[in-house]
Design a protein around this ligand. Structure first.
Ligand code: ATP
Ligand code: MG
Length: 232
């Protein structure tokens, strides 16, 4: 497979056509470019195709027509493992696997030190939660994250992104389960995150994506508006 470069990734959709049922297109000839390090706000009503676009980027599905590239590499030519290491998806349903807190946050990358993990847990506002863990980073989390609140699970998802440093982060309405205080803490953490990589922020409202450089609005799988944020 073709290797992806380290650091912020550019994203290019070229005439992408995708249909779940092979009939009605869910994404209807989508074309856009995001430069490395930039933030795209992806907006549109329920059912307009936003999450589908994210799934194509991670190759949960492949488009029937058109191409998707990351910094010039067609994602069809990447190894899946490599692709999913470089592109992180933060959704409302984070995957917690049966295993230690450490493994859940590092994906077994032994180069990530315990000190770094604890610093990041503090950054995202999980230090009080972490201090209550009986075995520290060796504490086992149940698969599915049953012992975590939804907000905690989501903060862990952010911590994972900070530690594994993907070149592209997709946030799919990612802060909807946080209380206002926690959300504020996350805002700060997200600001830091955005300085080091490219990001696609999926939301329903323009107000939610104030940090976006570019905005793309979908309606029934088509781009109905696209441009720099201040132009819309
Ligand atoms: P929301 O804002 O509610 O999250 P969305 O813009 O993310 O909506 P998608 O989840 O991408 O919308 O769905 C786009 C369309 O594709 C919808 O009509 C939806 O019903 C359909 N769809 C989504 N997932 C599947 C699937 N696995 N199989 C078939 N159709 C699907
Ligand atoms: Mg969605």
């Amino acid at each position: 497979g073709a290797p992806l470069s380290q650091g912020p990734l550019g994203v290019e959709f070229n005439d992408v056509l995708f249909s779940y049922d092979g009939d009605q297109p869910t994404l209807d000839r989508i074309t856009f470019t995001l430069k490395p390090g930039e933030v795209l706000g992806l907006l549109g009503r329920t059912g307009s195709g936003k999450s589908t676009l994210a799934r194509l980027l991670l190759r949960f599905y492949d488009p029937q027509e058109g191409t998707i590239s990351l910094s010039g590499t067609n994602i069809r030519d990447c190894k899946l493992k490599d692709l999913r290491k470089h592109v992180a998806l933060v959704t409302q349903n984070i995957e917690i696997m049966q295993g230690t807190i450490r493994d859940n946050l590092t994906f077994y990358d032994e180069r990530i030190s315990d000190e770094a993990i604890i610093a990041v847990l503090d950054d995202v506002g999980l230090s009080a939660w972490f201090e209550a863990m009986p075995y520290g980073l060796d504490t086992i989390l149940a698969s599915g994250g049953g012992s975590l609140s939804a907000g905690e699970a989501q903060l862990l998802a952010f911590a994972r992104v900070f530690l594994t440093k993907p070149g592209l982060v997709i946030m799919d309405e990612a802060s909807s389960r946080l209380d206002p205080y926690t959300e504020q803490r996350m805002e700060k953490a997200v600001s830091r995150l955005l300085t080091e990589r490219s990001c696609i922020m999926i939301a329903h409202r323009l107000a939610t994506v104030q940090r976006a450089d570019h905005i793309l609005i979908l309606e029934q799988g088509r781009v109905i508006e696209s441009g720099r944020r201040e132009q819309l």
